[in-house]
Design a protein around this ligand. Structure first.
Ligand SMILES: CC(C)(COP(=O)(O)OP(=O)(O)OC[C@H]1O[C@@H](n2cnc3c(N)ncnc32)[C@H](O)[C@@H]1OP(=O)(O)O)[C@@H](O)C(=O)NCCC(=O)NCCS
Length: 337
């Protein structure tokens, strides 16, 4: 098999990319029918790829076998300010291929992705982008093998469940939906969540410079209790846990069925864990989601988060996306010259 790789030119290659992405989505949907049906059509995929190409600094490739397009992949620089509330969760100055920014012909994933990534890395590494992120379907074995062979490992997981009741034992706790006056309670619980992520084996740094942006974000959510909800559990008047719900802004449209809400933060204070509090909060959140007419809930967790990964998956969340990450040894910038 001879694969040729050339730079992605929107006017020339968008239609082929949209067709490849729609075909990939159809295969993904056969394995997970919860995924939205609309994107098995190339016309629906086209504007989403186009949107990626509006991001400054993007670079992409298209793969051909003979005259046939067999893959495309686009990466975009991720340049969160170090004060941004998401800065703790992403490596700074990274290059990412999001869920909708790549596809390979079915059965050719291993060879096509390896060739495409080699070309993309050759573009981004000389520009100083040593952290590379790729979002992948958890059930795409060919893609997983290709990126494992390219030194990528699992960094984050997005998962989804319906809004039905949880079946696990729950504690009897008082539950309130936070309003703007409860901002300090929400800040404190969000801080405990970020501190949890800074511990072993996750080790996502807690950048205190992000506090202001994080508070602004939480305050923004609190101003619209219809679209967003912070469910807070209390024991003897003390806040002991919280689930925050908001629209699914952090996920690819290909992963979001209609009527989906996003569970942004889930935390129980360390002294109150493993007694059914987390389940009680999730249960109240699911009830609220049903009342609002939602059918699905999505969330992210850090792949190395032992408690979070176990709890969400035992509560019915099933992975829909693996965020893969590779860090290139940055000594390559000066060695071998
Ligand atoms: C994840 C988290 C919110 C769960 O909250 P929690 O209050 O511990 O949740 P629960 O007590 O309802 O359930 C936790 C476990 O305790 C078990 N449990 C509940 N009541 C129990 C009891 N009375 N006796 C023994 N075990 C019990 C549950 O079965 C569950 O087991 P599982 O996770 O293996 O399914 C909490 O661990 C946490 O805040 N962790 C740190 C932050 C974090 O990781 N958040 C998620 C970020 S994505």
């Amino acid at each position: 098999m001879s694969i040729t790789i050339t730079a992605f030119e929107p006017q020339k290659h968008l239609d082929a990319a949209a067709t490849l992405l729609a075909a990939r989505h159809e295969r993904d949907r056969q394995r997970d029918p919860r995924l939205p049906a609309a994107f098995v059509m190339a016309e629906a995929c086209r504007p989403i790829i186009e949107h990626s190409l509006e991001q400054p600094g993007w670079y992409g490739v298209i793969a051909h076998e003979g005259a046939e397009p067999v893959g495309f992949m686009v990466m975009t620089p991720q340049l969160f300010a170090p004060t941004h509330f998401l800065a703790s969760f992403f490596p700074p100055h990274s290059a990412a291929s999001n869920y909708q920014q790549h596809a390979a012909k079915g059965g050719m994933e291993y060879d096509v992705y390896r060739e495409m990534y080699a070309n993309l890395a050759d573009h981004f590494v000389p520009l100083g982008y040593f952290d590379h992120l790729v979002a992948a379907s958890p059930s795409d074995a060919g893609l997983a093998e290709a990126f494992a062979s390219l030194s990528f490992a699992r960094h984050a997981v997005a998962a989804m469940r319906g809004v039905g009741p949880t079946e696990k034992t729950q504690a009897k706790v008082e539950m309130h939906q936070a309003s703007a006056e409860d901002a300090e309670v929400v800040f404190k619980l969000a801080e405990e969540l970020t501190l949890h992520h800074a511990k072993s084996p996750i080790y996502w740094p807690y950048l205190r410079e992000t506090d202001e942006s994080s508070h602004e974000m939480q305050k923004g959510l609190l101003t619209d209790p219809q679209a967003n909800a912070h469910w807070v559990a209390y024991e003897d008047g003390k806040p002991i846990g919280m689930n925050t719900f908001m629209p699914p802004a952090f996920l690819s449209p290909l992963l979001v069925p209609p009527k989906t809400v996003y569970l942004f933060q889930g935390i129980v204070t360390s002294d109150a864990r493993t007694g059914g509090v987390g389940t009680a909060i999730l249960s109240r959140g699911a009830e609220w989601a049903r009342e609002q007419g939602y059918e699905y809930m999505t969330l992210h967790f850090a792949a190395p988060n032992l408690q979070g990964a176990r709890f969400w998956q035992s509560s019915g969340f099933v992975p829909v996306e693996f965020g893969l990450r590779r860090r290139v040894d940055d000594r390559i910038a000066w060695a071998n010259k």
